[in-house]
Design a protein around this ligand. Structure first.
Ligand SMILES: Nc1ncnc2c1ncn2[C@@H]1O[C@H](COP(=O)(O)OP(=O)(O)O)[C@@H](O)[C@H]1O
Ligand SMILES: [Mg+2]
Length: 402
């Protein structure tokens, strides 16, 4: 115990000596010191059916999942990295009091919310209101990324290719989506089939391939009946499917921290589709295994890797983003890439004997372990919060005796 305290004091002292708001050469020391001092809560999705989770149960336009086991993976990694005070807390109406009771300095958001609209942004909103810094997107960015319609509009503004689309809702457009005023504009010369999906979805749930426009109304209505939310209808892009992750410039590799000149794009993989698999099968149905994910080879796949890096970096800079996303991308017959979505809370499951996650399968090429990934995400956020200089960083500054 004494030994641990001595190390903590020494590294805090060193961090104090060697860092200033603008000197990030010693970010590793600063991060190590912060890890030892910080009381961190990893927040996962609360279950509305449990006692005192909500005042009144409502709907989940976004298919609900607790993500608790991944929150545990993150907490375990933070523990291995040196964090001494890490707890798991559900995202529900008791969040504020739990944060207060546990004297939490900082949170890590691994939640899609409890219920209601734009639920992925609810925890971030609360933390903003409470004044607790967190690892995660700000509420507006989280909600925009999680809403495929708003996100695709951002993509159009940035100039990143995305499949032609319309958004449909039976109240605002009671007739057949084919008669939607935008349908002719986007699909005038289109004869390649469609994808119908929830505007806020996850893991391929309720995503359908539709061959003929005449079937769109029934399928769109079926998706609406489940989600009670806008339905996205877009052109089916028939080629290979890829993922790429993009995060901030601070990267930990084999225990060494470095700061890149721009965003870090990594973990480029191909999702291997079966012969007649048009929509990648949900990970809720078939776990992600090595057979389903092929890490891209820098030699064989150089062209597509370059294009994915470019998409990731452009999105990160132009949105702008502050923390990790995973882009899902599909190629057309000619190999042109179209961004399907950017996952604001990509799966960070630590690989085990039975399953992995899309991001972790692509880490090897960067000589990174799971713990390197978690440390990189944490260090990026810590660096940004400390650099920021706003009042929200006061508690962290105090923690480091700066
Ligand atoms: N426009 C599209 N063209 C081809 N396939 C698509 C298209 N949109 C979605 N898909 C398929 O459906 C899967 C899920 O869609 P996605 O937009 O990534 O939503 P989510 O992963 O949130 O369910 C994708 O991985 C892909 O296989
Ligand atoms: Mg997806």
């Amino acid at each position: 115990m004494l030994r641990t305290r001595e190390i903590a004091d020494a590294s805090r002292h060193e961090a104090k000596q060697k860092t200033s708001r603008t000197d990030w050469a010693h970010l590793d020391l600063l991060t190590a010191s912060l890890l030892q001092q910080v009381r961190l809560a990893v927040v996962y999705g609360g279950d509305k059916a449990t006692d005192s989770a909500v005042l009144k149960q409502t709907r989940n336009p976004r298919s609900w999942k607790s993500y608790q086991s991944v929150a545990q993976n993150i907490a375990d990694a933070m523990g291995r990295l040196g964090a001494r005070n890490v707890v798991l807390i559900p995202d529900d109406m008791r969040l504020a009091s739990r944060l207060k009771d546990e004297r939490i300095h900082m949170a890590w958001l691994n939640t899609g919310g409890v219920q209601g609209r734009s639920s992925i942004g609810h925890a971030a909103s609360q933390l903003e209101m409470l004044g607790i810094p967190y690892v995660g997107h700000d509420p507006l960015t989280a909600a925009v990324l999680d809403n495929k319609f708003f996100f695709k509009r951002q993509l159009l503004a940035i100039g990143i290719p995305t499949a032609p689309f319309i958004v449909w809702h039976p109240v605002s457009c009671p007739m057949d989506p084919v008669r939607h005023r935008q349908f002719a504009r986007f699909f005038r010369d289109w004869n390649g089939g469609f994808i119908v999906k929830p505007v806020t979805g996850r893991a391929s749930l309720h995503v359908h391939h539709v061959e003929n426009a005449s079937d769109l109304a029934d399928v769109a209505m079926a998706v609406f009946d489940i989600t009670r939310n806008d339905v996205l209808i877009e052109a089916y892009i028939p080629g290979r499917e890829y993922c790429v992750a993009v995060a901030g410039p601070v990267v930990s590799r084999a225990g060494k921290m470095e700061r890149l000149p721009g965003p870090f794009t990594f973990a480029g993989v191909e999702r291997v589709l079966g012969q007649n698999e048009r929509v990648f099968t949900s990970m809720d149905v078939t776990p992600i295994t090595k057979e389903r994910v092929r890490p891209l080879d820098p030699k064989v796949d150089a062209f597509v890797l370059d294009a994915l890096d470019d998409l990731g970096a452009t999105l990160y800079k132009e949105m702008p983003l502050k923390t990790l996303v995973r882009l899902d991308v599909r190629a057309d017959h000619a190999g042109k890439l179209f961004v399907l979505e950017a996952n604001p809370k990509p799966d960070l499951k630590a690989p085990d004997a039975t399953a992995t996650s899309l991001i972790c399968e692509g880490l090897d090429r960067f000589s990174m372990t799971y713990d390197d990934l978690i440390l990189s995400i944490f260090a990026n956020r810590a660096a940004e919060l400390l650099e920021d200089g706003g009042s929200i960083t006061e508690s962290l500054d105090q923690l480091l005796n700066r």
